[in-house]
Design a protein around this ligand. Sequence first.
Ligand SMILES: Cc1cc2nc3c(=O)[nH]c(=O)nc-3n(C[C@H](O)[C@H](O)[C@H](O)COP(=O)(O)O)c2cc1C
Length: 145
Amino acid sequence: MIAFSSEGLKDTPRNARDMGEFVFNLATESSAEQMNRSSERLPEGHDEFVHAQTPAGPSQVVRPPRVLGSPASLECIVTDVVQLRANSGRELDTYLVIGEVVGVHINEAFVTEGRFDTAKAQVLARCGYHDYTVVREIFQMLRPE
Ligand SMILES: Cc1cc2nc3c(=O)[nH]c(=O)nc-3n(C[C@H](O)[C@H](O)[C@H](O)COP(=O)(O)O)c2cc1C
C-alpha cells in the first residue's frame, strides 16, 4: 500500500479519487529539477509532464501514465480517500489518499543481487523546509531478537 497526503483537494488527490488510480514515481538526484518543476502551481488541465519536460510512458494496469525516466514506478488503485480530522473532530482540508500497488516497473540497471539498489539509483529524500538529500550510502540493522 502507498499513501500520500494533500493540503487541500489539489489536482493530484482529486484525479486519484475521480480516476480511482495513480502512479508513484521515485525521484532521483538527476530528476530533482523536473520533480520540483512538477510542483509549480499550474492551471487545471495543464500537463505537468510537458511543463517539467519529463517524458511520460504508458502504465500497464492503470490509466495514468508514469515517469519514463524514473528507476521505479508503482501503479496503484485507490482504496481510500480519507478527509482527516483534528482531535476535536473538526474536519480539516487535508486528504489522505491510500492505494494498493498493482503494477511495478523497476529499471534493471538499479537491481543488485535481486534487490532494488536505492543508493545506486541516487534516490532523493526531503528533509523538511527546502532541504533535500540524496541517498548514497545504505547500512543494515537487524531488529534485536
Ligand atoms: C518534494 C515535494 C513534496 C511535496 N509534498 C507535498 C505533500 O505531501 N502534500 C501536499 O499537499 N503538497 C506537497 N507538495 C506540493 C505539491 O507538489 C504542489 O502543491 C503541487 O502543485 C500539487 O500539484 P497538483 O495541483 O497537480 O496536485 C510537495 C512538493 C514537493 C516539491
